[in-house]
Design a binder for this molecule. Sequence first.
Ligand code: COI
Length: 433
Amino acid sequence: MPLRRSKALVKWIYENQHKMQTLRRCSSTLRYKELEESSVPSLEPVAEVAPAHEPATKPRPQLTPDISFKFDDLQVTLAAPYQLQKKPEAIDLGFGKYFTDHMMKINYHRELGGWQKPEISPFEHLSLHPAAKALHYAVQLFEGLKAYRGVDDKIRLFRPDLNMQRMNLAAQRSGLPMFDGEELIKCITRLVQIDQEWVPHSETSTLYIRPTLIGTEPTFGIIEPESALLFVILSPVSAYYKTNSDGAVSIYADPNVVRAFPGGVGNRKVGSNYGPTIEITSRAAKLGHQQVLWLFGPNHELTEVGAMNIFVVYINEDGDKQLSTPPLNGLILPGVTRRSILELAGEWKELTVKEEVLTMQRIADLNQQGRLLEMFGAGTAVVVTPISNVGYLDTNIPVPTMQQHNPVYQRLKDTLLAIQYGHIEHPFAKVIT
Ligand code: COI
């Protein structure tokens, strides 16, 4: 083709490409080849409207084991030696900064019958369509659990069945596909076994496991996604929070900002509960506090602290030492650590354990009467973190957590760590290697 004609054609294509629906719809080399061979591309946009009688989405099948993915279908591609990364020093770990050599992915495509085969592959970036619902409407959820290298060098998970239950509840609430939690535990176990050298040889660090489920369907409708991706990544971690020199944190309560509300998703582990907490956490930091205490309602009820459940220890009206945490009223994440603390402490004779509503007035009164003993946060990432001060309405309420002799928070933390690192045999710990 003479140069002038070909330049004119290129210019024409450049100016008219927005009309060339057929061309725009083709992404593969093969399709481009077909186009090159065809005579004149159609300039008419192709309408992509479904027939009126077709429902927008097909009814979602119920969760039954036969539609879940299966561990038996797991396909493993190991990283080549050149893809293996150098492991960071324990001192540099921080929280969620480094990732292991492998990851797991399980695709869901409704039109292909739902869940596809689980795959373990070398760690890689995801490729997502920019219209994926997860990116626009936070159609997303996640979990957090840990693998611990025990004193006997065996690797343990801590109550992973509870993470799976919670993940399925969040999936149900988010319009994402559910699955058989036992099958995911088996797949995660295999992933951790493959990357087992990434489980730190230390009792101050662990391997954090982050299963995540996202809606990948690339359409703007706010409806159940027809496609989704469940992926699991692993990160060797040490402490989540920076604490004060005494190991405790100061927390900041602003009653004007809430984390959750009745009928919302405060009780589900979805990313949309966490992103909006960043601004106030930065504000708290500027005021000298490490975390935010989440209040709710006209009585300023305590709900959670940072990304943790909150606990208070005080002397009750009967003169007994009481451990209390707010009840699961829809605003509170049903934490695995929270539940374990209630169950473990419930067996200790010398402590009354209660789920009860706690208001800021009650905390201030207990403090004034010298009956407030301890406050602490608890969660998978932090285990148990003592609280030494609450900033509230231009005042500071000092909490004498760090002044207690044999504090409850320390006994709980020690017990949890002893189970997790295999110092004591306990049904909460599941040995996987
Ligand atoms: C966890 O404790 O696993 C959490 O959810 C904290 C995480 C959001 C950093």
